[in-house]
Design a protein around this ligand. Structure first.
Ligand code: UTP
Length: 289
């Protein structure tokens, strides 16, 4: 079945980014010239998906407004003959069909995904975390869709991380099937040091079968008292095949202060007009260190 929908949860509290995220959603913080969330929406659009389902919460309306049409701004920019800017701003609201679902309490990522069950329905769908950026030649979602076309089962994106960092991630234990593809045997959310030999960390991209919703419904709160997506993924992997895919590209955790700074540098160095002068500036700064 064709994958048509992508869920982007943005309802988290963003505590790692306080105080910046107190009144502004962390997903609206700027990476070079656009908010983090816009890169994620653009990845979905570039992968040929028809609809985005945002999971929002109180205080996240700036995200919905960013993708809405702004009549006043449109009128003012036209009156001032700033037509290029006007077109760029309008294009954001025409990128893709977006609907929102409210997560009433921040009960965890698993709960956020479960909130979308009636909008997603009985079809496979993508999940992209609203603070996880991937820089790649082929969009990460597109790479996952290509694998899905071959295996017809759930695919979760992973990256290898240093072993002393695995306790920060959901970790996959699996068996290699071919280059970059593993059959998932076990998943562990934030494993205590020494409890797994795997270094395959789950990043914020998933392509899941809709059975996940029933499994989420039955999942009791796990690590941190939250309903963990990883626990439901493990139940899904026991029912039918699931694949871990080592995507091509670099992932940045823009919900973390250091990850955010790294993302700014990476995206600035690829920017159409800013890359050159920014590179010169970086060289100057580095030589002075
Ligand atoms: P994170 O743990 O990275 O985000 O969740 P957070 O909870 O906002 O941030 P910290 O840890 O307090 O700094 C991963 C994704 O899941 C969403 C977040 O918005 C983020 O995109 N999420 C998390 C929800 O939508 N609802 C939740 O209850 C929890």
């Amino acid at each position: 079945m064709k994958v048509r929908k992508a869920v982007i949860p943005v309802a988290g509290l963003g505590t790692r980014f306080l105080p910046a995220s107190k009144a502004i959603p962390k997903e609206m913080l700027t990476i070079v010239d656009r908010p983090t969330i816009q890169y994620i929406v653009e990845e979905v659009v570039a992968s040929g998906i028809d609809q985005i389902i945002l999971v929002t919460s109180e205080g996240k309306s700036a995200i919905e407004n960013h993708f809405d049409y702004n009549f006043e701004l449109d009128t003012v920019l036209r009156e001032k003959h700033k037509l290029d800017l006007c077109e760029e701003v309008c294009n954001i609201s025409n990128l893709i069909d977006i609907v929102s679902v409210r997560q009433k309490k921040p009960l965890g990522l698993g709960h956020a995904i479960w909130s979308t069950r009636n909008v997603v329905g009985n079809e496979p769908f993508l999940i992209l975390l609203g603070d996880d950026l991937v820089q790649s030649d082929t969009p990460c979602c597109q790479q996952m869709l290509n694998l899905y076309d071959q295996v017809g089962e759930s695919v979760i994106a992973i990256q290898h991380v240093p072993r002393d960092e695995t306790h920060h991630y959901g970790v996959v234990e699996g068996t290699a099937v071919r280059d970059r593809v593993y059959r998932v045997d076990r998943l562990i959310e934030k494993p205590a040091p020494g409890t797994t030999d795997s270094d395959m960390a789950i990043i914020g991209r998933y392509l899941l079968q809709p059975e996940i919703f029933d499994l989420l419904e039955k999942t009791s709160p796990g690590h941190g008292g939250e309903i963990q997506l990883t626990d439901a993924l493990l139940a899904l992997a026991k029912k039918r095949p699931m694949y871990a895919y080592e995507f091509e590209g670099t992932r940045y955790d823009a919900g973390d202060k250091l990850g955010y700074l790294k993302a700014i540098i990476a995206f600035a160095l690829r920017h159409r007009t800013l890359a050159g002068p920014f590179r010169d500036h970086l060289k100057e700064v580095c030589s002075a260190l």
